[in-house]
Write a protein that binds this ligand. Sequence first.
Ligand code: CDP
Ligand code: CDP
Length: 211
Amino acid sequence: GLAGVVIAVDGPAAAGKGTLARRLAAELGLPYLDTGLLYRATGRRLLDAGADPRDTLAAEAAARSLSPADLERPDLRGPEADRAASAVAAIPAVRAALLDWQRGFGRTHGAVLDGRDIGTVVFPDAPVKLFVTASDEERARRRWLELRGRGVTAELPAVLADLRARDAQDAGRAVAPLKPAADALLLDTTALDAEAAFRAARALVAERLGL
Ligand code: CDP
Ligand code: CDP
C-alpha cells in the first residue's frame, strides 16, 4: 500500500499547490501538511510583537515555540502575512528550527507536504516530487479571486507585483531556495482548472509509484 510514502509538492506562490496536495492526500489516504503555515505563523508572531521579520534571534525563538494553535490563526493570509512569511523563511536558523518537525510529520505514516523546499531539502529522497507552476498572470488571477472570495478588495496589478516580489525573494535566498529538484515532475497548470490539475497529478503519481 501507500503507507509511509512521502509526496513532495513544491512551486511558486498561488500555483495551486495546496489545493492539489490536499486532494492527493485524500485520494491516497495520506496525512497532509501545508508547510507554508509554519513560516506564516512565525512571521505573524513577529508582527504581533512589533518586531522586524528580519530579526534573526526573534524569528528563531518564534519558530522554536510555535504551537498547533498558531497554525490555526485566521490572520495567516493576506499581503502583510505573505511578506512576513517570506522574510522569516530566508533566515537559516528559522528553517533549521522547523526541519525536524516537518520530517517527523512525514516520516511516521508518510504524507503529502506542500511548500518550496520539500523535494530539495526536507525530503530529498521522496519517491514522488511534483513541481507545480502556472504563468505569473494566471497565479495572480487565482490569488486575486481567492482574496475577493474572502471579501478582501485588491487590485490585480498589485497582487501580481506582490507575488513576483515574493517569488524573487524565495528563489533568490541562499538557504533552501525555491527551485525544482533534479528529479521533480513539472506540472504546468496555466491552462488547467483544479480538477484537471488533480487528474494530471494523479496520473504522474501513479506512474512514478507503479500503481
Ligand atoms: O500559498 P502561497 O504559495 O502563497 O504561500 P505558502 O506556501 O503559504 O508560503 C508562504 C511563504 O513561506 C513562502 O513565500 C516562502 O517564503 C515560505 N515557505 C518556505 O520558504 N518553504 C516552505 N516549504 C513553505 C513556505
Ligand atoms: O498553495 P498555493 O498557494 O500554491 O495555491 P492554493 O492555495 O491551492 O490556491 C490556488 C487557488 O487557485 C485556489 O483557489 C484554487 O481553487 C485555484 N486553482 C487551483 O488550485 N488549481 C488550478 N489548476 C486552477 C485554479
